[in-house]
Design a protein around this ligand. Structure first.
Ligand code: FAD
Length: 376
């Protein structure tokens, strides 16, 4: 199937199944309901074949250009059928699984995530280690056929729903820095794991603390080489900072359109509106270019920090505009849609933090792309 056939067929299918696929949004919709809906959308799209295009056949896909799966996410987000943040976990984690998991493990596990039968999470950050990931202390020690993991992760998105975790743990000496880290694929129902959700300011228990107490992880679940987990992390983060955000670009343009349609005359400051539109299209153009680079088989790297900076700036600009125009002061909204704006406005503050903070992205751009010094 070529891309145009895919788009035409998918658009028709989405139209026919719109009532079943459309998601509900706003503060009255719980995260449990959002997660349930996401699983349903993925299952329906997988069983109809759409979710399988753009992924390699060896992990249950149908092959074809990665632009197909990009279009699927874009189409779902722009039609309000998914919340792009929770949908994006697939785009963050699957490319790395394909690259670094044993082929049999990737073949067994990836279809479960694509079909929405499972949720996975990403256990990188720790209480004293976010930006400075190379200093993480969660430890894995070898014990026969298993690793035994002890330590704590934090801000682990959706961990309370997760069946598996892509985890970074220290296997080298405490002072080994980025050279003594190993990536593991852990079962979240393994003995010794405790998950404690954290309430974020937009009212959702979006992320969690995760405690590991001598948790067994089979050695066959090692991703990449022992002590080379940094390579895995450096492979994963560019997806988190770019291609997984493409759906968010579609979503932001959809919300901007909705804002224009619902704002009363004179409510939108023309200069602020111009800035938001320009940002949204600049981010879209950048993100489109990155999708095409991935489709050509290019390896993504530090240049994806530009995508992440543009996403964060655009997201906050769009919802600042909404705050001024539709829900002044982001006080308690008096109708469902202004409540949705409020939730989105609050969540947009996280855009300069998740996936690596805005300062860290600018540091990478300055040091690794513009050669303006050495980043720490
Ligand atoms: C909504 C959300 C979801 C998340 N989901 C996950 C997840 O699923 N898995 C996961 O592992 N993590 C997740 N995170 C955590 C996220 O990756 C970290 O919060 C982020 O990397 C920042 O790390 P930190 O919180 O430890 O802040 P710190 O690293 O302590 O930084 C604090 C401040 O200092 C600044 N700073 C730090 N170092 C430098 C420097 N060298 N130069 C300039 N400024 C610096 C930072 O920019 C920031 O402003 C999530 C975060 C959010 C908000």
């Amino acid at each position: 199937m070529d891309l145009q056939e895919f788009r035409d067929g998918l658009d028709a299918w989405l139209g026919e199944n719109a009532s079943e696929l459309e998601a509900a949004f706003g503060p009255d919709v719980t995260l449990d309901q959002e997660m349930e809906h996401l699983s349903k959308v993925k299952r329906l799209a997988f069983d109809a074949g759409w979710m399988r295009w753009g992924w390699p056949e060896r992990v249950g896909g149908y092959g074809g250009s990665t632009l197909m799966r990009a279009y699927l996410g874009e189409a779902l987000a722009s039609r309000d059928m998914i919340e792009p943040g929770i949908y994006s976990m697939t785009e963050v984690l699957v490319p790395t699984m394909i690259e670094f998991a044993r082929p049999e493990l990737a073949a067994e596990m990836v279809p479960r995530l694509l079909r929405g039968d499972e949720t996975w999470c990403q256990g990188f950050s720790e209480p004293s280690t976010g930006s400075n990931l190379g200093s993480l202390t969660c430890r894995a020690r070898r014990d026969g056929d298993v690793w035994r993991v002890t330590g704590q992760k934090v801000w682990t998105s959706l961990a309370q729903y997760a069946d598996r975790c892509v985890l970074l743990a220290r296997t080298g000496a405490p002072e080994s820095g980025s050279k003594g880290i190993t990536a593991l694929f852990a079962d979240m129902d393994a003995p010794g794991i405790t998950v404690r959700p954290i309430r974020a300011m937009h009212g959702r228990d979006e992320f969690c603390e995760v405690f590991f107490d001598d948790v067994p992880v089979p050695v066959g679940r090692t991703l990449g080489e022992v002590d080379r987990g940094w390579t895995v992390a450096m492979d994963l983060l560019p997806y988190e900072r770019s291609t997984s955000l493409w759906h968010r670009s579609a979503y932001l343009r959809q919300r901007l359109g909705r804002l224009l349609a619902s704002a009363t005359d004179g409510a939108l400051d023309p200069r602020d509106l111009g800035e938001a539109v320009q940002m949204a299209f600049a981010f879209h153009a950048r993100s489109r270019g990155t999708q095409h680079r991935m489709a050509r088989g290019e390896r993504l790297g530090p240049e994806t920090s530009i995508d992440k900076v543009l996403l964060a700036t655009t997201e906050q600009t769009v919802f600042d505009l909404a705050a001024d125009a539709v829900a002044p002061g982001i006080a308690v909204g008096d109708d469902a849609d202004s409540d949705r704006w409020r939730t989105e406005f609050l969540y947009s503050r996280a855009a300069t933090i998740y996936g690596g903070s805005a300062e860290i992205q600018r540091d990478i751009i300055a040091c690794r792309l513009l050669d303006l010094g050495t980043d720490r």
